[in-house]
Design a protein around this ligand. Structure first.
Ligand SMILES: [Zn+2]
Length: 296
């Protein structure tokens, strides 16, 4: 299936693995060309010694150097054909002081990133593109900015690709949420036994302090891709980001069989639809295989 190209615009090193790791590997095995655009260097991640970005001895440049190597590893595991780093500084979460850095992605004019991305799109001419929705899936400024530069770049190019946002169906999100709440409740009970009394964890918040709904209504899902044959690779790609995803985190604590069970499908919402697709497709290149591979 030469001539088919998929491109995803991700905010940080590791987002390619969590959001699209299965899809990337699947497309690699199908012989498609795959391109990853990673917008930031990930300076605001945890340092290898565990230092958090708000701690004085946290060295963002060192973190970025470590994450650079980790991203290369993940890209190799997923068989990604081409990695493009836009090289912006990581912005941190909403309200963090890092966002005041004029070099950070969030503080950079959308036009800058959009122009750079448009040049890549014109060169690669991917039929299918993926990024996040307008709230960056979970409210992170760099994810919102990735959305914004992608939407603007689509106005700058001379053809219309099929655009998808990554998504978790609301019904599935409700199940996940119930599980997180139960895990947090058990953890708080254990902490209480040690004399620590804390409020329940909440999910990510928007600028007004309201909890962000990370679910997409089930009837808005436009693609459900069965990646169960390649979840081992997705697991290994996540593991490659060792400085960010600790071995006792939820994903890494799973066996590969459990991981396949939990992560065997990747969901997307269809945003542009030049091929006139209907319903939920199971192939991200639906509409392009029979129609030939030209996107002109
Ligand atoms: Zn991210």
């Amino acid at each position: 299936m030469s001539g088919l190209t998929f491109l995803a615009v991700h905010a940080h090193p590791d987002d390619e693995a969590s959001g699209t790791g299965g899809l990337y590997r699947l497309l690699h095995e199908q012989g498609a060309r795959t391109v990853l655009v990673t917008c930031t260097n990930g300076e605001c991640g945890d340092a290898p010694d565990g230092a958090k970005p708000d701690q004085d001895h946290h060295d963002g440049d060192l973190v970025a150097a470590v994450r650079r190597v980790e991203l290369d590893k993940a890209v190799a595991v997923l068989g990604i054909s081409r990695l493009v780093r836009l090289g912006y500084r990581d912005s941190g979460m909403m309200g963090w002081p890092q966002n005041a850095d004029p070099d950070c992605f969030w503080a950079t004019p959308v036009e800058d990133g959009a122009t750079a991305l448009a040049a890549i799109l014109m060169e690669e001419r991917p039929q299918v593109i993926m990024t996040y929705n307008e709230i960056g899936f979970y409210g992170h400024p760099d994810h919102i900015q990735a959305h914004r530069i992608t939407m603007r770049a689509l106005e700058l190019i001379d053809y219309e690709p099929t655009l998808y946002f990554n998504a978790i169906p609301a019904s599935r999100m409700a199940v996940l949420r119930a599980r997180w709440e139960e895990e947090d409740r058990i953890k708080r009970e254990e902490e209480l036994a040690q004399g620590i009394d804390r409020a329940p964890d909440v999910g990510p918040l928007d600028e007004d302090g309201n909890e962000i709904d990370m679910g997409t209504p089930d009837d808005e899902i436009g693609a459900a891709i069965d990646v169960s044959s390649v979840t081992d690779f997705k697991y290994d790609a996540l593991a490659a980001h060792a400085s960010q995803i600790s071995p006792d985190s939820g994903w890494m604590a799973m066996t590969k069989d459990e991981f396949r069970e939990a992560m065997g499908t990747e969901f997307f919402k269809r945003v542009t639809n030049p091929m006139g697709l209907e319903g939920v497709v199971t192939d991200i290149f639906a509409g392009y295989r029979d129609a030939g591979t030209s996107s002109n």
